[in-house]
Design a protein around this ligand. Structure first.
Ligand code: CMC
Length: 428
């Protein structure tokens, strides 16, 4: 059976045979399909990239119908059960799990970069006292890049690697400083003796104690949340990283662009929107009325639905389990009962069944974040911290891929044909 696709153009009667590789045809192969020599050639039209592979990748595998997520071949539930975030970050970047020595070196390589330049801390203080931490985060990741001009040398593997250490190390510090600024509290500088998640909690919540001691259950829960958010193949923010990176922008600015894409309520901003929604619903008896409104097209059920998952998002299942462990320490959030009941009602409803709408990662994450002590405007920042390694790994992969060039989609132009300029006094 030949791996080819035969296309007959009914406009001309001509037949073309296109090669199929990895279950795809090359869009440029369609260009030979023309009605006459002056014709530009056929193009695929795919707004929102519903069915377009933009790259080859070896990082993350998702089967949306079966609800499978794997980093470098390892199922997400096994990683969340047994690994630490930095171990998973190593796996994502290097493609293999580290041995003990490799993990130690990797951890040291990252930890030595946890401080941020004072100039960035000062620039952060120049923002409004009530600045949304995600706005602060986006602008200051970009500001960070101005301190490392060598980062522009994106063609050099060692330079890229150095920026990856820096960025993975510094994003929690930036995030914590954004939080402390919002709270009008003095910054807490990093503590290298603590774990990645433990140090982050310390920079956020340390008060007057000499050393902050994170609660091990909460520290582990945050580490698991970081693992679950570390990568998710070619989503909106990762595609932004690849697109911005394809013009050879330095990685700090490209990460800022990716974080900006993540900020939106249809992407990483959904967890914040879920909490607002659960608060609006307020009591279980109001759920049917809320669901009815959603079905009538008055807003969406936030934290439900996914472009790729047409089954239960495996991350949502792990988060739900982790939430129970967190609540044993923090006490139960009243919102969890509303969320569980909302999920039950939605999953029995024809509207959601027909459209294959299931809870996604954001449905339960906000409830845990709140229990951990985070205000809701920090939630998307908590998504951006672990996703940084995913963005950077995909960026690194893209820069080494000989198939890749500067990203530049085509358009279907539907505007005016040529018109003559009309002077102001002749215009209606
Ligand atoms: N509530 C109600 N209806 C929905 C929802 C929802 N959350 N999501 C999709 N639908 C309906 C939509 O109205 C459409 O119905 P119809 O066919 O009658 O027009 C159908 O389902 C297909 O929706 P779509 O908009 O074509 O699907 P999409 O793949 O473009 O959108 C999505 C995916 C995640 C943007 C969308 O499901 C959504 O807006 N969900 C709520 C926001 C959310 O939770 N986002 C977090 C995504 S997971 C975290 C991440 O990776 O960022």
């Amino acid at each position: 059976m030949p791996d080819t696709l035969t296309i007959t153009d009914n406009r001309t009667g001509k037949t073309y045979e296109l090669p199929i590789a990895d279950g795809t045809i090359r869009a440029v192969d369609l260009r030979q399909i023309k009605t006459d020599p002056d014709d530009f050639g056929l193009m695929p039209y795919d707004p929102a990239y519903m069915n377009t592979a933009s790259c080859k990748s070896r990082v993350t595998f998702i089967d949306g119908d079966l609800g499978i997520l794997r980093y470098r071949g390892y199922p997400i539930d096994q990683l969340a059960e047994d690994a630490s975030f930095l171990e998973v970050a190593y796996l994502i970047y290097h493609g293999q799990l580290p041995n003990a020595g490799q993990l130690k070196t990797w951890t040291e390589d990252i930890t030595r970069h946890v401080m941020i330049p004072e100039g960035v801390a000062r620039s952060l203080q120049g923002l409004r006292h009530d600045a949304h931490p995600m706005g602060t985060f986006v602008s200051n990741v970009a500001a960070l890049g101005t301190f490392y001009p060598e980062a522009k040398n994106v063609g050099d593997a060692a330079t890229r690697r150095k920026q990856i250490f820096r960025l993975v190390a510094k994003v929690p510090t930036l995030a914590a400083f954004a939080y402390r600024h919002r709270k009008n509290l003095p910054f807490v500088y990093p503590d290298q003796e603590l774990s990645y998640a433990g140090n982050f909690l310390s920079m956020l919540f340390r008060k007057t104690e000499i050393r902050y001691k994170p609660n091990p259950v909460l520290e582990r829960a945050l580490d698991i949340l970081f693992i679950l958010h570390a990568d998710h193949e070619q989503n909106c923010s990762t595609s932004t990283m690849r697109l911005v990176g394809s013009s050879h922008t330095e990685p700090y600015t490209a990460v800022a662009a990716s974080a900006a894409a993540l900020y939106g309520p249809l992407h990483g901003g959904a967890n914040e929107a879920v909490l607002a929604m659960l608060r609006e619903i307020a009591t279980k008896d109001r759920i049917p009325e809320f669901v009815k409104k959603v079905k009538n097209g008055e807003g969406r059920l936030m934290g439900f639905g996914h472009r790729v998952y047409k089954n239960y998002d495996p991350r949502a299942r792990i988060i739900k389990r982790t939430a129970d462990e967190v609540f044993e320490v923090t006490g139960k959030s009243p919102l969890i009962d509303i969320a569980v009941e909302l999920e039950r009602i939605a999953l029995e409803d024809e509207y959601f069944i027909k459209r294959k709408l299931y809870p996604n990662v954001d449905f339960y994450s906000g409830i845990i974040y709140e229990a951990l002590g985070f205000p809701s405007d920090m939630f998307t920042v908590l998504f951006a911290i672990p996703r940084t390694i995913g963005w950077l790994t995909q960026w690194d992969e893209m820069l080494q891929d000989p198939d890749q060039k500067i990203g530049r989609p085509r358009q279907i132009y539907l505007g005016y044909d040529e018109r003559q300029f009309v002077p102001m006094d002749k215009r209606e």
